[in-house]
Design a protein around this ligand. Structure first.
Ligand SMILES: NC(=O)C1=CN([C@@H]2O[C@H](COP(=O)(O)OP(=O)(O)OC[C@H]3O[C@@H](n4cnc5c(N)ncnc54)[C@H](OP(=O)(O)O)[C@@H]3O)[C@@H](O)[C@H]2O)C=CC1
Ligand SMILES: O=C1O[C@H](COP(=O)(O)O)[C@@H](O)[C@H](O)[C@H]1O
Length: 406
């Protein structure tokens, strides 16, 4: 997935590309090293390693080319890391052999995020893998995945640039994947952008929002713009309000080191829900090129009015500060509800209600588009509730309409 964070109108094509590690027209053969930084953490075990395992099972990662390196401060052996993630790699009875082989591809290096020593050890381990797999005419490829809090991205990026860049004469490529949240506010996001931009060319940087990979999120533009049915209804004349809701039935579970510094707005609303919001509210892009989609997202974001205090509710679940990784006096919100109001011809007067919460009574993410009442109703339909179009992103993806019938 290419850079997707809306926020500036800067075109990827206009960004500098000076580095010797280009991502275009380079051979896609040769040893591939995937390095998961923050490998001891929640994202790594719940999503990154399982995603890599699925790629492996589907034949996209070949044992004779690939090695996966975990890196974090926690002291672990290779086997201890494998044991931590094993339970998260779903496999049927028939895939036990695949699982065993996949786990053997994983090695672990422990080190700090701002010290040369650990990154030199990591580079050495990667170079050994490359030397054992490189054939004439091939080039090494290195993919660094930062499953880490953004506060450490700048130092980690510096370390991998200085100590883990493959030798230029070998060719190949080096790419960096960074997770959301991208900074804490506009100033820190811009600073982060310039810090990472000073080290890597734009095509080497991949900013990830995994909600964009969810089946029904990927379908939102198709749904809106390839179905005549919705075109006339998708506006203030027919829609009363839109709700985009994320609920989780578990709390921080030891992730306080990351979560408490950011809170639910930066963890979920500013990225995942805002991406969904953009796809629901934006105008039709000129084409489905990423740049055109991004430009329309930026336009709708620029039409959002400043948020009023009375349109925000914050909360913290009981027991949050009992997590040993959370400071006892934390007032970080674990629940937030925010109303966005768009000042444009399509949406003036239609509230977009974005809600997210941890440790609630269910795990669900959905979009509810509530329609206005039928004018001149002769059936007293109000009692049955309004028409509603629901897009359930998870679990069990679904789209359904609530209609009134007698
Ligand atoms: N968890 C999830 O489902 C998802 C998370 N993300 C994103 O992934 C990133 C990491 O999140 P997640 O894995 O959940 O968080 P964790 O709290 O599990 O942090 C990951 C690892 O980073 C290290 N770490 C934690 N806090 C700090 C700190 N303050 N300073 C330096 N290192 C620290 C720890 O490793 P060690 O101490 O061993 O070095 C930890 O194992 C975040 O940006 C988050 O937004 C994105 C999508 C989903
Ligand atoms: O980005 C994050 O997402 C997960 C929820 O992802 P989902 O795909 O399981 O809905 C959330 O638990 C985590 O706090 C957050 O960082």
């Amino acid at each position: 997935m290419a850079a997707s964070n809306a926020g500036t109108m800067e075109k990827r094509g206009s960004l500098k590309t000076t580095d010797s590690f280009r991502t275009e027209n380079v051979p896609e053969t040769g040893p591939l090293a995937i390095i998961v930084l923050g490998a001891s953490g929640d994202l790594a075990k719940k999503k990154t390693f399982p995603a890599l395992f699925n790629l492996y099972r589907q034949g996209f990662l070949q044992s004779d080319e690939v090695a996966i390196f975990g890196y974090a401060r926690t002291k672990l052996s290779d086997d201890e890391l494998r044991d931590r993630i094993r339970g998260y790699l779903s496999h049927g009875k028939d895939n036990t052999e695949d699982l065993t082989k996949f786990l053997q591809l994983i090695k672990y290096v422990s080190g700090a995020y701002d010290a040369e020593e650990g990154f030199r050890a990591l580079d050495k381990a990667i170079a050994e893998h490359e030397a054992s797999k490189l054939s004439p005419g091939e080039s090494p490829r290195r993919l660094f995945y930062l499953a880490l809090p953004p506060s450490v991205y700048p130092s980690v990026c510096k370390m991998i640039k200085f100590y883990c860049t493959p030798k230029a004469d070998l060719g190949g490529w080096m790419r960096v994947v960074v997770e959301k949240p991208f900074g804490k506010d506009l100033a820190s996001a811009e600073e982060l952008s310039s810090q990472i931009g000073a080290l890597f060319d734009e095509p080497q940087i991949y900013r990830i929002d995994h909600y964009l990979g969810k089946e029904l999120v990927q379908n939102l533009l198709v749904l809106r713009f390839a179905n005549r049915f919705f075109l006339p209804l998708w506006n203030r004349d027919h829609i009363d309000n839109v709700q985009i809701v994320f609920r989780e039935d578990f709390g921080t579970e030891g992730r306080g080191g990351y979560f408490d510094q950011y809170g639910i707005i930066r963890d979920i609303i500013q990225n995942h829900l805002l991406q969904v919001f953009c796809l629901l509210a934006m105008e039709k892009p000129v084409s489905i090129k990423p740049e055109h989609i991004r430009d329309e997202k930026v336009k709708v974001l620029q039409s959002v009015l400043p948020i009023k205090d009375e349109d925000v509710v914050l909360g913290q679940y009981d027991g949050y500060t009992e997590d040993p990784t959370v400071p006892d006096n934390s007032n970080t919100p674990t629940f937030a509800s925010v109303i966005l109001r768009i000042h444009n011809e399509r949406w003036e007067g239609v509230p977009f209600i974005l809600k997210a919460g941890k440790a609630l009574n269910s795990r669900k993410a959905d979009v509810r588009i509530q329609f206005k009442e039928v004018p001149g109703d002769i059936f007293k339909c109000q009692k049955q509730g309004r028409n509603e179009f629901v897009i359930r992103l998870q679990p069990s993806e679904a789209m359904y309409m609530k209609l009134t019938v007698s």
